[in-house]
Design a binder for this molecule. Structure first.
Ligand SMILES: *Cc1c(COP(=O)(O)O)cnc(C)c1O
Length: 346
């Protein structure tokens, strides 16, 4: 990594030395022919860890979610998701553009959950006027609300509601390992009510590329076809899966360090003038720069960058910031950042 302390996102993480070595040495084959043993191992291990029958290695979380939605939902059908869900805000309208799927959004509460009654009311009755509801999508952790983890009990309740109405449940679990770590539970428990789950090997788990979609065998067989249709069939992808295996088996075990750093950062921030902490959950800290600060947001960011710290406003806001902790942000970086903030805002 370069010398800057980049707090914008855990997407900026670079692969570890162990990953780079594993990538160089990976045994590979043509994965579209089903001949890449490293991809197959990643898919087997991912399915086992999330308690599902099968898995599919995909190029990104967006692609994994899109494949899941296209596989679950026929054209003209509807899915229910949060009004701040990644699938509806940050995925370029893919479900509609490529799948002819209508999103029906319900409010996301500050702790990241959707209200069960709101979901129930959004399910369409069987009537020729209405699109058919097919799918409910949850997001764990809920990114836009500040990395909020959803519990297994809550997910189970949404799963029960889905089954009661003959619907499927998909979880966008881009950071589901952060959720499991924060809640001291397993990703299998957080996934047991879902028909499919996507999770990212990049982000906090540090793999350079890749996500995994899990589900039952029949679902994954169909998803594999959809992946090919979208141009996502990859050949010697074992070089990427090799980093993914380290992400899955090693990097998932150390996320509590990032959460502790986030808590430490939030605590330090709360004592700095002209800053108001909005929330801290998992590896995210959301905070506001006060209008009373001597800096405008632009000059604040410039002054922080001169101190070696990269911060950017949260999309759609001028004074709201999100700091994200990850493997490359160590405790001394957090301490440096707090000292820099004290200097810049003094
Ligand atoms: C990052 C992320 C994704 C997937 O993003 P890609 O950049 O396509 O890998 C999906 N959902 C959430 C909540 C995310 O944070």
């Amino acid at each position: 990594m370069n010398d800057l302390i980049d707090l914008r996102s855990d997407t900026v993480t670079q692969p570890t030395e162990a990953m780079r070595r594993a990538m160089a040495q990976a045994v590979v084959g043509d994965d579209v022919y089903g001949e890449d043993p490293t991809v197959q191992q990643l898919e087997r291990d991912s399915a086992a860890m999330l308690g599902k029958e099968a898995a599919l290695f995909v190029s990104s979380g967006t692609q994994g979610n899109l494949i899941a939605m296209l596989t679950h939902c026929p054209r003209g059908s509807e899915l229910i998701c949060g009004d701040k869900a990644h699938v509806v805000v940050y995925e370029a309208g893919g479900m509609s553009a490529l799948g002819g799927i209508m999103p029906r959004t319900v409010k996301v509460y500050p702790d990241g959950h959707l209200d069960l009654d709101d979901i129930r009311r959004a399910i369409r009755p069987d009537d020729q006027h209405f699109p058919r509801t097919r799918l409910i999508c949850l997001e764990n952790t809920q990114g836009t609300m500040g990395g909020m983890p959803l519990s297994a009990e809550y997910t189970d309740a949404v799963g029960a509601l889905a089954r009661e109405h003959g619907l499927r449940l998909h979880i966008d679990g881009a950071r589901i390992f952060n959720a499991a770590t924060a809640l001291n539970t397993s990703v299998a428990a957080l996934s047991r009510a879902a028909d499919s789950v996507t999770f990212c090997l990049s982000k906090g788990l540090c793999a350079p590329v890749g996500s995994v979609l899990v589900g039952d065998k029949a679902f994954i067989a169909e998803a594999r076809r959809v992946r090919k249709m979208l141009g996502g069939g990859m050949r010697q992808a074992g070089v990427l899966a090799a980093a993914g295996l380290i992400a899955l088996h090693e990097m998932t075990k150390r996320l509590d360090e990032d959460h502790a750093n986030a808590a430490y950062f939030a605590e330090g921030l709360s004592e700095i003038p002209h800053i108001r902490v909005e929330s801290q959950a998992t590896n995210f800290v959301m905070f506001w720069l006060s209008e009373s600060a001597k800096h405008s947001p632009a000059s604040f960011e410039h002054a922080m960058q001169a101190e070696g710290v990269v911060l950017r406003p949260y999309p759609g806001y001028t004074h709201k910031y999100r700091a994200v902790m990850h493997y490359w942000i160590k405790r001394h970086h957090v301490e440096h950042t707090l000292a820099a903030l004290r200097r810049v805002l003094a």
